[in-house]
Structure formats: C-alpha cells, structure tokens
Design a protein around this ligand. Structure first.
Ligand code: KIV
Length: 266
C-alpha cells in the first residue's frame, strides 16, 4: 500500500533533516513516471505557459488552462503531493474569487496550491485558504508573476536587509498557515539563513544547497526545453535529441516503406 505524501510528511522531513524532491509535470504520463521515480512533490508550475504552451512569460496562462493540466497530472499520481501553481490574476482581485479558483484545483485532484508574493492581502488570503482546507505553498525571492514590477529576471535578497525582509515575510506566511516556501533565485547564504529560521520547509529554485528541498522544471531536467536554461537547472538527459532521433527514424521508415511491418497490421 503506497503511503501518500502530505504536508505533515514534509514537515517531519524538515524536522529530521531529510531533504525532499520537487519536479514540475504538466501531463498524465510524465506525472506517472515522476511518481514512480519517487519524486515527493509534483508541481503543475505555471512555467507550463512557456514550456508546454510556448507563451513568452507565465502571465499568459489562464485558470481554465491550469485546470486542464492539473486534472491530467493528478490522474497520473498515486504517492506524491500534487501542488498547482495559481496563475497570474487568479487570486489577486478579491479573496472570494481567489478561494474559488484555488478550490477548483483541489476539486480536480491537486492537494495544495502555490501562491507567489507577499502583501497584507496575500496573508489574509493564505489564512482564508487554510481555513477552507486548502494548503498553501508560498513563493518569495524572484517571483516570475512580478517580473514587470521587479524590473526583470534579477537575483533577490543580495543584502542583509533584503534577506531579513524576506525572512520577516516568510515568518508571517508561516504564521498564517503556509506549509512550505519556495525561494527563487537568491544567494545560498541568504536561503540558508531563512531556512534555519523557519519551521516550515524551504524549497530552493536556484537558491542553493541549504534549503530543505530542491525544485526544477522537469523539461530542463530531461533536456527537453531548449529555449532557455537557467544556470541552476541541471540537465540529466537529452530528450530533445531523443525525440528528434525517434522522429527521424519514423520519418525514414515511413518513406522507405519499412513501417508498418507485417506484425504491425490487422
Ligand atoms: O512555475 C514553476 O515551474 C515554478 C517552479 C519552478 C518553482 O514556479
């Protein structure tokens, strides 16, 4: 009997000093294979806007689109905790709409949602989501949905003051019930300090070695997405080359009459 990962599992792992793994998935079979591989948390990241849908930034993806991918991924997963990234403008306008949109993701099979940024409004929303039975993974540091207000893809928390500010925000998010925190693109010393001062686990996305967990975009890990690869994304395979190789072989077999063979016809 498979023991499903839940938010308490992650809390216990932090307490015992054990790390956990997080990868993104956007479709049923990838989610199934990541789950089989033992990945602990599967994130339907809004990175899918760029990676799977070819949009320029994450801003373009809608709630309706995220719902389709959430449903597909959730169907493929038995063990991992499934987290849906709430897209731009799906939770910012008002609390009721935010709760409704997040609730839809749980209705479709997610176990939690991820929400970027910090403000009094976000604190209130995280509290209300928790009160409604919707666990929240927070996300600070570089937050792609704030690309335009941050003025570009910039490393955050480079000073002691900026690090203290993130820690203060993280503590408040922890106090209103966030169960974990993604730290994106911050120096590892800053991430270490924040991690050591929080009870909830931190998830590094380009935030170095001392967080409680690491997340990467699976298409970067597989070597499938080739438009842009950040410095912190380690490539473990070359799926682009594999896809091109398989497609070329198929193309050649079709054109040379080698496909289908006798055992492949009715
Ligand atoms: O959208 C995404 O994939 C993410 C993670 C990489 C943290 O937010």
């Amino acid at each position: 009997m498979i023991k499903k990962v839940n938010i308490n599992t992650l809390k216990k792992l932090k307490e015992s000093g054990e790390k956990f793994s997080v990868l993104t998935a956007y479709d049923f079979s990838t989610a199934k294979y990541l789950d089989e591989a033992g990945i602990d948390v599967i994130l339907i990241g809004d990175s899918l806007a760029m990676v799977a849908l070819g949009y320029e930034t994450t801003h373009s993806i809608s709630v309706e689109e995220m719902k389709i991918f959430t449903k597909a991924v959730a169907k493929g997963v038995n063990r991992a905790l499934v987290v849906t990234d709430m897209p731009f403008m799906s939770y910012h306008c008002d609390i009721s709409e935010g709760i409704r949109n997040c609730g839809e993701m749980l209705r479709l099979g997610a176990n939690a949602v991820k929400i970027e940024g910090y403000s009094d409004y976000i604190l209130d929303l995280v509290k209300r989501l928790n009160d409604s039975g919707i666990p929240v993974m927070a996300h600070l540091g570089f937050t792609p949905q704030f690309l335009n207000t941050l003025g570009g893809y910039k490393i955050q928390a480079k000073t002691k003051e900026a690090t203290d500010k993130i820690l203060e925000q993280a503590e408040k998010l922890q106090n209103v019930g966030a169960f974990s925190l993604v730290l994106e693109m911050i120096p590892e010393e800053s991430a270490k300090y924040i991690t050591e001062n929080l009870k909830i686990p931190t998830v590094s996305c380009g935030a170095g070695r001392y967080c409680d967990s690491q997340v990467l975009v699976s298409d970067d890990v597989f070597g499938k997405y080739s438009e842009f690869t950040p410095k912190f994304a380690r490539k473990y395979g070359d799926m682009r080359a594999l896809i091109v190789e398989c497609a070329k072989k198929f193309d050649s077999d079709v054109k040379n009459g080698k496909f289908p063979a006798e055992n492949e016809v009715f």
